[in-house]
Design a protein around this ligand. Structure first.
Ligand code: AVJ
Ligand code: FE
Length: 404
């Protein structure tokens, strides 16, 4: 199993893993609990998947990569599920086309929960066998399920944003934000620095190998761009001035008539609301802007006389510079780096090698983490990635500029 590098001497004990398995699996079901069976079956756009599909696909991952090959006498819950819940693994076999996941009205949401229970029982037996060599693969299954927990919330927000009722997924009162304060720039000397992971805890393969890069001196904003700042960009014609935009980005704004971040709506003169997991609410000018594409982030940076950081700049600063706020718990931060293989990267052999490596074209790297990322899931070396036009993630902007 070479997908994960484990140079750490203390490999997770199987007992710890059993507890973690139980808690991650329970967390997914808790996320689905407020949703009706109807909520859980609809696919609101090709990029988004139904909640029921996420709950089944994460289960299929454990069944396919752990139980089938490693648990003697394991019986698949239903052999038809591989076609329904395989996401993109060519080595595993054919699958339901991604844009048609919302047509899977059967199995029902209740049957998917029974599927989860069946696989959990198998996993309990497998974990009892104390097979140390399977620990990295179980950890991958859990990190995978945590990625899907964030996707469940992104996707349900998109679905609810399409409803004329603007339903609230949850009731949490909005966070009280401190008053506006100007950005402070943190200067970073740069030079030859190392980025990427050496192991020492769970990591995805795309975070390796650790390697040297050269960074010119630079400065990074100590906080994220706010909604209020974004409103100023809009008021200054940000969405109407092609000179601020990359060509592909301008074409997209024109084709889709973008005039604001996704989920924003103008209520009356000067007043905007945004759809969130708490329903539709007035924009908080001091909260970080959310739901912007790479194209919008790059246009904003141009307007602000700054630029987006590279992923090496972001990672080096996050790991070494004090006084940077909003790194991991507000919004994923677009970088200007294409999501590409690090020097010396090789995807592992076999089906799990398809996990990250084959997506290394045409997407941009995002760093940090968001308010809906499971706690403990992120780290400085973590590489998220989406196409430059995507904006249904909780994505925001941290500016960079050359050192002065
Ligand atoms: C890292 C969020 C782009 O959504 O495909 C889920 C996460 N990988 N299952 C994605 C993922 C495999 C991935 N992103
Ligand atoms: Fe997946």
């Amino acid at each position: 199993m070479t997908l994960l590098s484990h140079s750490s001497p203390e490999i997770t004990s199987v007992a710890d893993l059993r507890l973690r398995y139980h808690s991650v699996r329970a967390n997914s079901e808790a996320l689905a609990a407020p949703l009706s069976p109807e909520d859980q079956v609809v696919q609101s756009m090709p990029d988004a998947s139904p909640t029921k599909w996420h709950l089944a696909h994460t289960t299929w991952f454990f069944e396919t990569f752990l139980l089938m090959p490693h648990l003697p006498d394991y019986q698949a819950f239903d052999p038809a599920f591989s076609y329904l819940f395989n996401s993109y693994y060519e080595a595993v076999g054919p699958r339901q086309p991604r844009p048609l996941r919302g047509l899977i009205t059967r199995p029902s949401a209740a049957e998917v929960l029974a599927y989860r229970a069946h696989v959990d029982a198998g996993m309990a037996r497998l974990l009892n066998m104390q097979l140390q060599e399977l620990v990295p693969l179980v950890e991958l299954g859990l990190a995978h399920e945590e990625q899907h927990q964030e996707l469940i919330l992104m996707d349900i927000l998109h679905l609810f944003s399409c409803s004329p009722l603007s339903p609230a997924y949850r009731q949490n009162p909005a966070q009280a934000r401190p008053d506006y304060r100007p950005v402070e720039w943190r200067s970073v000397a740069g030079g030859i620095v190392e980025v990427g992971s050496d192991g020492g805890g769970f990591i995805f393969d795309n975070e390796t190998p650790r390697h040297k890069v050269y960074l010119q001196p630079y400065a990074l904003a100590d906080r994220l761009v706010t909604n209020g700042e974004w409103l100023a960009f809009m008021a200054d014609g940000g969405y109407r001035r092609p000179e601020l935009w990359l060509s592909d980005g301008w074409a997209k704004t024109q084709a889709e008539n973008w005039q604001s971040p996704l989920y924003w709506r103008q209520e009356e003169q000067e007043s905007w609301s945004a759809m969130g997991l708490e329903g539709r609410a007035k924009i908080d000018p001091n909260a970080p802007v959310l739901h912007v594409s790479y194209y919008e982030a790059a246009a904003y940076a141009e307007w602000a006389g700054a630029r987006l950081p590279t992923e090496s700049e972001w990672e080096h600063a996050a790991a070494t510079v004090a006084g940077l706020s909003e790194l991991y718990a507000e919004a994923w931060q677009w970088t200007r780096s294409a999501y590409d293989a690090y020097p010396g990267f090789h995807a592992s052999a076999g089906a799990v090698g398809e996990y990250n490596g084959k997506f290394m074209v045409g997407q941009m790297s995002l760093r940090g983490g968001s308010s809906i990322t499971p706690v403990g899931h992120t780290r400085a070396t973590y590489r998220n990635f989406f196409p430059p036009s995507a904006r249904w993630m909780f994505s925001g902007v941290r500016l960079a500029r050359e050192a002065t």
